[in-house]
Design a protein around this ligand. Structure first.
Ligand code: ADP
Ligand code: MG
Length: 698
């Protein structure tokens, strides 16, 4: 249960004075939140300023710099009504110079009231020279001496949304602050002292009422303190998941080697040493007394699938079932097709479960899983739906996705205490992010590519040379090559320069005839399968598609990858796409067609693509060029992001937070010490409290 002291923070913002239903709606749009509560007090509290208005500069007019926020004392002398479209103006002066205040909204009475003739007023804004006259358009403040005293010298500026005024969000933040209780310190006092960081409440107060512009900077002590709080909460939650997982008994499963030997004999290659090591890690986990929770990282084409198959076969040797979950239908079917010949050779019984199965098939499959007639099942997330039951599921492998967050890991744990879990990433993930999101898992990496891979020849070509590219493609097709042609959008968009897949398909089909196929996300599943099958069989030589082929598709005979508007793709995406080729023994070519002029970041991305094929390096470069949310796809996937921490700036705090979390749990596994109690509150504050339920006394 959430400590009751925190309840006011988790109430709707409507509990704050001055916030009615209309404002709740606007704030919910800005801060997020779900009906019926909408934005909560804590959301306003953690909505931090992005900058300040610094009103400390109060020069005489003659000394006032242009285009800088200043506060000047002036005396209004006369009003100059608007002529036609011109502004309503107020002519003012101090004893050094003149200033024209300009208002483009004709609220004359209000202006005259704020700026009575002959009475000194403080006005705040930026001065510019207009026709040789000092002018200030729409001062953001106009106050008398008393008003000045009440005005903060430094005013926080918040990210806004339509219909929300700065003063409203400022007030909401202040009211939220007022509702924030004084909480027991959860950080180690010595650490806090060494960093010179304030307390939690103090840090928030200082950021929401900054005394200096620096107080709202991302590297201010106040902000570092809050970022560290959040990172510690996330690392602690992961460490708790890990600890609870380690505490749950697993079934120790030892393979006999009988099935895996047959598979290895049927493989047309021998395993790389990375693959051998990863399998040894996995088998050691399965044979151990606790459940496996392991991450298998490998670059595209590093051969994760065969590792998965051999791991599953080991589980089956131990008398239990295994499941392989893919992110899309196409991939699930492809996995099935890939492992089928090997599984047949070894006598493994395969099944498939997807969201598209006919009711009859589905019922039959469910029965087969329940009775144990199926050893290995491949499927989409439909596999983890309630009605799917297994006779004895021992191993779940999740392929090619990051959407398998802590939440899902916990859910799987509840379903059956003794399931080993292996998560395979589609591409390498930067080290710091592995720690952030998979800190609870053990990790293996396939750093080595299977032998015999030829480097892909990557070229950057302007879209203006499309004609040459198409005739070059024609020559390659004559030698028997198969090519992917990737377009960024599904259908004709408003923007005329977008090459839609359908248009490109028609264009290429008019040249190469029925050798060209089209694949996109809006097609029916069965149609997609049919097109894919024809490409695999070689009936189609050019596959025009949207990025649906991005993940996992494996056609070793394909040696050409054309990416149209490559400048619109992210680095990870381009790397994934290029990973579709260079899989066979023939030389491969990747043509990145771009439309200039290229922006700085797009140019850097394309250059990195030309320079290297090392996915681990590309992942690090990608993180440098983009935010972490993008790299992991957390923005779309609903993985827990960070509210106040920004990994681009605060990443250096992660290793300490990780050590800290482990140390805390080693000393106080149930979080019952005074610091442990305080840390529970921290977990609730940053909504990492799923992990609290894992505690016995939680
Ligand atoms: P990914 O890691 O991207 O999922 P795959 O498992 O699809 O990679 O493997 C890519 C290709 O490499 C497949 O055609 C697979 O048969 C082949 N492969 C896997 N391991 C080896 C190996 N040790 N030697 C040669 N080829 C291999
Ligand atoms: Mg794969």
């Amino acid at each position: 249960m959430r400590p009751t002291i925190l309840n006011p923070l988790f109430a709707s913002v409507s509990s704050l004075p001055g916030i009615g239903p209309k404002l709740v709606k606007v704030l919910t749009r800005l801060l997020g939140g779900t009906e019926p509560v909408g934005a909560r007090v804590i959301d306003a509290l953690f909505h931090l300023p992005s900058g300040v208005l610094d009103r400390r500069l109060r020069p005489k007019l003659i000394d006032a710099p242009f285009e800088v926020l200043v506060m000047v004392a002036v005396t209004p002398e006369r009003y100059i009504p608007s002529t036609g479209r011109g502004p309503f103006r107020v002519y003012c002066s101090d004893d050094t110079a003149d200033l024209m205040l300009a208002f483009f909204v004709p609220q004359t009475a209000w202006i005259e009231n704020a700026l009575p003739i002959g009475q000194k007023r403080w006005v705040s804004g930026k001065i510019e020279l207009f026709d040789g006259i000092r002018q200030m358009a729409h001062p953001d403040r106009m106050v008398d001496e008393a008003g000045l005293k009440a005005l903060p010298l430094i005013e926080p500026v918040y990210p806004l949304t339509e219909g929300l005024y700065p003063r409203q969000i400022q007030k909401a933040a202040q009211e939220a602050l007022a509702k924030t209780p004084e909480l027991a310190e959860w950080q180690d006092p010595a650490w806090l002292k060494s960093q010179n960081w304030p307390g939690f409440r103090e840090a928030l107060a200082s950021i929401h009422s900054p005394q200096t512009p620096e107080a709202v900077a991302l590297d201010a002590p106040e902000r570092l303190r809050l970022a560290y709080d959040e990172l510690l909460a996330s690392q602690l939650a992961l460490a708790m998941v890990r600890a609870s997982n380690k505490a749950l008994p697993g079934l120790a499963v030892e393979g006999t080697g009988a099935i895996t030997a047959k598979i290895e004999a049927a493989l047309p290659f021998s395993l790389t040493s990375s693959q051998v090591t990863a399998l040894a890690d996995i088998r050691a986990d399965m044979a151990g007394p606790t459940r496996m929770l392991r991450l298998l990282q490998g670059d595209v084409g590093s051969g994760k699938t065969v590792v998965a198959l051999l791991a599953m076969a080991t589980m089956v040797e131990g008398g239990r079932q295994a499941a392989l979950m893919a992110p899309t239908e196409i991939l699930a079917r492809q996995h099935l097709a890939t492992i089928r010949p090997l599984a047949d050779a070894a006598g493994l019984r395969l099944g498939i479960v997807t969201g598209r199965d006919k009711p009859k098939e589905r019922a039959r499959m469910q029965e087969a899983l329940r009775s144990g007639e199926i050893d290995i099942v491949v499927g989409t997330h439909a596999l983890f739906q309630e009605e799917v039951e297994f006779r004895d599921l021992g191993l779940a492998i999740v392929d090619e996705q990051h959407r398998f967050g802590v939440h899902q890991r916990l859910a799987l744990g509840r379903k059956n205490a003794a399931i080993d879990v292996l998560v395979m990433t589609a591409t390498p993930i930067p080290r710091s992010l592995v720690l952030t999101y998979f800190g609870d898992m053990d990790a293996s990496a396939l750093r080595e590519k299977p032998a015999g891979r030829k480097p892909v020849d990557t070229r950057l070509i302007s879209l203006e040379r499309l004609g040459e590219v198409v005739s070059g493609l024609g020559r390659l097709l004559q030698t028997g090559a198969r090519a992917y042609w990737v377009c960024p959008l599904i259908a004709e968009s408003e923007t005329l320069d977008v090459a839609a897949a359908e248009d490109r398909y028609n264009h290429l089909a008019s040249i190469f005839g029925d050798k060209v196929g089209l694949l996109h996300g809006q097609m029916k599943g069965t149609d997609k399968d049919a097109v894919m099958a024809r490409f695999i069989a070689g009936d189609l030589r050019v596959l025009v598609s949207t990025t649906v082929i991005e993940v996992g598709v494996n056609v070793p005979e394909a040696t050409v990858m054309v990416v149209e508007h490559a400048e619109r793709f992210g680095l990870a995406q381009l790397h994934q796409l290029r990973g579709r080729i260079g899989r066979g023994s023939d030389k491969s070519t990747c043509l990145l067609l771009y439309k200039g002029p290229l922006g700085e970041v797009a140019k850097k991305r394309l250059e990195i693509m030309r320079e290297t094929e090392d996915g681990f390096r590309i992942a690090e470069e990608d993180l440098k060029l983009r935010g972490e949310g993008d790299v992991l796809g957390t923005r779309q996937s609903g993985m827990p992001g960070f509210k106040v921490a920004n990994l681009d700036v605060h990443r250096h705090l992660l290793p300490t937070a990780n050590d800290d979390a482990r140390l805390v749990l080693a000393r106080d596994p149930q979080l019952t010490s005074p610091r442990g109690e305080a840390l529970r509150a921290l977990l609730y504050l940053f909504e990492r409290d799923e992990a609290v339920r894992l505690l016995r006394s939680g």
